[in-house]
Design a protein around this ligand. Sequence first.
Ligand code: SAH
Length: 347
Amino acid sequence: MKDIKNYTLEELRKLLEKGGCLRFSAQQIFNWIYKRRIEDFNLMTDISKQTRQFLKDNFYFSRLKLLKREISKDKTEKFLFGLEDDSCIESVLISQVSRLTLCISTQVGCKFGCKFCLSGKDGFRRNLKVCEITNQYLTVADLIAPRKITNIVFMGIGEPLDNFANTVCAVKIFTHPQGVYFGKRKICLSTCGLVPQIKKLADLNLGVKLSISLHSPDEAARSKIMPINKKYPLSELIKAVKDFNKKEKRHITFEYVLVRGLNTSKVDAQKLSKLLRGVNYKINLISFNYTCARKGACFEFKVPTEAEINSFKNELKKKGVFFTLRKSKGADINAACGQLRALFKNR
Ligand code: SAH
């Protein structure tokens, strides 16, 4: 038995055809699942009995187990979900004035070992299936109705571009007019900088936004905190970004976590301005989230002082670097990458 939510509309059409059913029913099934939110083949009354039988014999609907739901003082909500193999993942719902953004995971654990991030502290277990990615959205959307999620960011646990095929498939289901029909520009994929996959993504022209976790404009310093930089250095990353700018005809967002004494000097600001020459970009600066769930993890990183942030901001302004300073959210519920999961596992 396969989870029916693992397939794009095109794939479902092919599967139905192979099973001797009408291709056309795929559209109706998509409608039932993603628009009317019905997960029972018996209730899909406009589909023929024979097709419904084929569906029941071959497919099922997986669900995520809600293990924990927490809400922080700033209204950030965190959901801890159990999967069929008892792995855990998390999704975070971030409330802003006119936005309700859902941050979803793409892998159980992470291979890339960024030094300040908890997601990869216990290594990598597996890729999430398409249905496990889309189910995070579907489950949270059902739980919070009638409130509506306005944005989806692939910024939870894992590296979306390392689970490329399933991430792309989930995006297609999210954006398809017969599927969830979520606006392409309201979806953002985030990567630590997998250059070949950024190129592949640019060629696909999915129309979704791309965000790069930059965190340092200096090759040596970036390699220290983000080991992926040894494989794909900044020089190659920036080339891939420019290519994405051209092919997708849109800017790229850089995430830049401010860490005390690490990436906030005047020289860093100058290097950043030089690095980004000729790039169509936006930068989000965000203070390091220190609420590390386990003793010993990220202990060497500290939150920058107000004065340090101000001096970095001033230097960026002087150099004409365009940025937004973001507020770190959900600190009291451990809302940074991998934190709730780590806490839960330690119980
Ligand atoms: N692997 C992808 C998707 C994860 S996005 C990527 O790296 O982009 C999660 C974002 O949160 C990344 O920008 C990551 O660098 C950042 N992050 C991780 N731990 C953090 C912490 N303790 N404080 C602030 N940001 C953190």
